[in-house]
Structure formats: structure tokens, C-alpha cells
Design a protein around this ligand. Structure first.
Ligand code: 4BW
Length: 150
């Protein structure tokens, strides 16, 4: 039986095999001020990151675009809003998620229209993210194994 990610075929690989684990994912909390979220997004270089609640359950996601949109007033950017508003006030709540034991093909389908999807287990505990990069790398590996046997 093939057990390591390297040994498994695409049909056997699970979302858990490919995900970035929670401890390596840049994220923010629902009660963080927008200022903190903007710092995390700018510092990490990512366009969007997951939002967790105080029990580490997935609550949504937040992007640079949403933050900039929220602080744009009639006469320009209202920077003071960054400390008045919280992440929960502006985050996107209606986001897709995938269970960690789903198969590679489920992850691939989920990432056709979005750059990453949050991975959960049990009653919604956040355990990581699956990115397009991870899916593409797995496809690349299988391509070379199939065509060149390495
Ligand atoms: O800081 C970066 N390091 C590396 N190695 N690649 C990066 C970095 N920033 C962007 N990239 C590349 C990746 O290929 O640009 C792509 C688009 O980034 P994004 O969406 O628009 O910020 C990246 O593609 P990806 O690895 O398939 O990641 C897809 C999306 O997943 C990213 C970001 O929103 C999220 N993401 C990825 N790794 C993350 C993360 N969010 C939080 N923490 C992480 N560790």
C-alpha cells in the first residue's frame, strides 16, 4: 500500500497530503482591527488570507481589495477607519471550504475559480489551505512520472 505523498497516484492523493498546514498559513482573527489585517496582507505579500474565530474555526476570508474598498470615502481614503473597523465587519463570510480527507480531484475542481480554498475537519476546525500551486505541482509530478518514469 502506498502511504507517502510521493508514492501515491493523483487518484490516491488527499487534500490533507497537499495542504499548507494551519501553522504556516498567514491569517487574521475576526476581532482584529482592519489595520492589523492590512499589515498581515502587506507583510505576507498575499492578496487574501483566511479569517479565524476565537476557537480557531474558519469564519471567512479577507482581501486587500475589500479593505481598500471599505476605507474609501467620497473625498479619498479615510485611514482612521482602519482602527475603527474590525475584520468581522468587512470580511467575506460566504466562502467555500473543503474537508481534509477529500480527494485530489475534489481539490482541483474547487480551485478552478479561486486561488485557494480553506481546509477544515470535523465541526469546522481550520486545519490549512489548499492552493493552486500545490495542485499544479502534483499534476507536474504525475506528468513526469507517467512520461519519463522518474
Ligand atoms: O509570499 C509568497 N511566497 C511564494 N512562494 N509565492 C507567492 C507569495 N505571494 C504570492 N505568491 C505566488 C504564489 O504562486 O503568487 C500566487 C498568487 O498569490 P495570491 O494568492 O494572489 O496572494 C501564489 O499562488 P498560490 O501559492 O497557489 O497561492 C494562492 C493563494 O493562496 C494566494 C494567497 O491568497 C493564498 N496563500 C498561499 N499561501 C499562503 C496563502 N495565504 C496565507 N498563508 C500562506 N502561507
Amino acid at each position: 500500500m502506498r502511504t507517502t505523498r510521493e508514492e501515491k497516484t493523483l487518484a490516491e492523493i488527499t487534500v490533507e497530503d497537499l495542504m499548507i498546514p494551519a501553522e504556516k498559513v498567514a491569517h487574521v482573527q475576526t476581532n482584529n482591527p482592519l489595520e492589523h489585517a492590512l499589515l498581515v496582507l502587506t507583510g505576507s505579500g498575499y492578496f487574501a488570507v483566511p479569517v479565524l474565530d476565537n476557537e480557531n474555526k474558519l469564519a471567512g476570508s479577507i482581501s486587500k481589495t475589500v479593505i481598500l474598498d471599505q476605507i474609501l470615502g467620497i473625498e479619498g481614503y479615510e485611514i482612521e477607519k482602519l482602527s475603527h473597523l474590525q475584520v468581522a465587519d468587512v470580511m467575506e463570510q460566504d466562502i467555500d471550504q473543503i474537508e481534509k480527507d477529500k480527494l485530489f480531484i475534489d481539490g482541483l475542481k474547487a480551485l478552478i475559480d479561486t486561488p485557494f480554498i480553506c481546509v477544515t475537519e470535523g465541526d469546522g476546525k481550520f486545519v490549512g489551505i489548499l492552493t493552486r500551486r500545490a495542485i499544479l505541482k502534483a499534476v507536474q509530478r504525475e506528468y513526469y512520472q507517467h512520461n519519463f518514469g522518474s
